[in-house]
Design a protein around this ligand. Structure first.
Ligand SMILES: NC(=O)c1ccc[n+]([C@@H]2O[C@H](COP(=O)([O-])OP(=O)(O)OC[C@H]3O[C@@H](n4cnc5c(N)ncnc54)[C@H](OP(=O)(O)O)[C@@H]3O)[C@@H](O)[C@H]2O)c1
Length: 257
């Protein structure tokens, strides 16, 4: 049996917990300052504990607070014995060197997961100054996982994979807004988004060239081509790329706080 503790039980911790809880060899403990998150843990049959208990009982301790709250949390952790503990920080932008300063004498990894972990369809990047094999394997239980060789690559992963679901939901929102002209009940509109799912399954399953897949829908002189031309004219690809760069810039700013 492995014991996992989650310090900060907000959005990403809940996704990780829901993924890991399907492994009956893992026992989960959580610590949060918000009453609603403590209640959530209990409601999901996990122990809501004190910080001391979480640390004492766990083999792997996940740091799941916002980057700006990490220092306070680590100062609190340092009041306890952490010499044999493994920590995993999911905080965007916070570098391994900073984490090692905050929690000396412990083994620390950076992991950048995403909310897909909830359905064991997450994608996680791992970086540390240790052998990452076991940690990559741990995260494979909740989806795909890989190690990055260069810490800067985590920032790109953070934006493409960590933030990726939000880009997608934003697009889906506009898709549903336009569907208003066709369907008026919320449930039917959501079901129609299966169009995205089938497109993704098609691309993954058949591994086809994406340009060819676009061509297979956009016949010459047709409606798709007209819409795609508008996207091109408005610089859709450049806008997307600039948005990714803005996210990376923010990750770098966070690492300097
Ligand atoms: N959300 C994602 O999809 C995602 C993906 C990858 C990585 N991350 C990273 O995950 C971290 C958490 O993000 P999130 O979206 O899950 O944030 P969140 O929903 O705000 O969760 C963080 C939780 O930790 C609590 N907290 C703050 N200080 C604490 C302390 N000292 N001790 C115990 N609990 C404390 C917060 O309470 P208060 O709200 O009262 O502060 C909140 O309930 C961030 O560093 C982010 O970069 C997030």
């Amino acid at each position: 049996m492995l014991n996992f503790a989650f310090l900060g039980c907000g959005h990403i911790a809940k996704s990780l917990i829901q993924g890991f809880q399907k492994n009956t060899d893992i026992k989960i403990f959580g610590y949060d300052i918000l009453e609603q998150n403590k209640e959530w843990l209990e409601k999901n049959n996990h122990s809501s504990c004190s910080l001391e208990e979480c640390i004492a009982k766990s083999d792997i301790i996940f740091l799941c607070v916002k980057p700006q709250d990490l220092k306070t949390l680590c100062d609190e952790i340092m009041e306890f014995n952490i010499s044999s503990k493994t920590f995993v920080s999911v905080a965007a932008g916070v570098k391994i060197s900073e984490l090692e300063n905050l929690l000396p004498s412990s083994k620390i990894f950076r992991a950048m997961p995403n909310v897909g972990a909830k359905d064991n369809l997450g994608v996680t990047a791992i970086y540390s100054n240790h052998d990452n094999k076991e940690m990559v394997k741990t995260f494979k239980f909740i989806g795909e996982s890989y190690e990055v060789e260069n810490e800067d690559q985590i920032d790109l992963h953070t934006v493409l994979i960590g933030s990726g679901p939000a880009f997608f939901y934003d697009l889906m929102q506009e898709f549903e807004n336009r569907l208003d002209e066709l369907l008026n009940d919320k449930e039917s509109k959501r079901l129609v988004s299966i169009v995205f799912l089938s497109s993704i399954i098609n691309a993954i399953k058949n591994g086809e060239n994406l340009e060819e897949l676009v061509e297979s829908v956009a016949s010459k002189g047709g409606t798709t081509e007209a819409a795609l031309q508008k996207l091109d004219e408005k610089g859709f690809k450049e806008i997307f790329s600039e948005a990714v760069d803005a996210g990376i810039k923010r990750a770098k700013e966070l690492s300097m706080n």
